[in-house]
Design a protein around this ligand. Structure first.
Ligand SMILES: Cc1cc2nc3c(=O)[nH]c(=O)nc-3n(C[C@H](O)[C@H](O)[C@H](O)COP(=O)(O)O)c2cc1C
Length: 169
């Protein structure tokens, strides 16, 4: 069995503390590329991205979330959107966005980087769009905070498998 993919799934952790090391545009493009290779219903590919390395914009975005310290510490951010004009099915397009974001998180690990999926910032999605000069038909799904991890001591846990499996026939 090739366990590389399983290892990546199990060892990925949300990274919230980053070093100052800069991130290159090519690295961010690779992360976006991994995102767009996620499955989507009808291969609709409803996702759109804003890629941010600019420190001034990062600083301003930090005002829109309770997790400002993470946004400030990250060397790059990727805002993930759904283009509402390109949607064909609300549930399926949102599910596709989730798959896209998970691919992006796994790609950051593969590149030796770390990331955390920020959802709390959606509370201020209108302000985020205004700052990024993004039209309102683009619905913010998440902001990924990305950087080189300060350490890899993050711990996480899951409930037991039998708490999730309702039935087995
Ligand atoms: C939809 C969603 C929203 C999240 N929002 C935040 C957030 O705003 N801030 C944060 O620090 N982590 C956020 N997270 C990360 C979760 O806290 C994290 O995935 C969870 O605690 C499990 O830890 P792990 O990713 O290390 O396995 C979010 C994750 C998801 C999937």
């Amino acid at each position: 069995m090739n366990s590389e993919i399983l290892d990546a799934i199990y060892s990925r952790r949300s990274i919230r503390e980053f070093t100052d090391k800069e991130i290159m545009p090519e690295q961010l493009h690779e992360i976006v590329k991994a995102g767009i290779w996620a499955p989507s219903g009808l291969n609709n590919q409803p996702w759109r991205f804003v890629v941010i390395r600019d420190s001034n914009i990062r600083e301003q975005l930090a005002h829109f979330t309770h997790y400002s310290h993470i946004v400030k510490a990250a060397r790059a951010l990727i805002a993930v959107y759904i283009d509402e004009k390109a949607m064909y099915d609300t549930v399926k397009d949102h599910q596709s966005a989730g798959a896209c974001i998970q691919n992006m998180l796994l790609a950051t690990e593969a590149l030796g980087l770390g990331a955390v999926w920020l959802g709390q910032i959606l509370k201020n999605k209108t302000e985020v769009n205004r700052l990024l000069e993004i039209d309102e038909n683009f619905d913010l799904m998440a902001v990924l905070a990305i950087g080189y991890p300060q350490h890899r001591d993050q711990k996480s846990k899951r409930k037991e498998l039998n708490e999730f499996i309702l039935k087995e026939f």
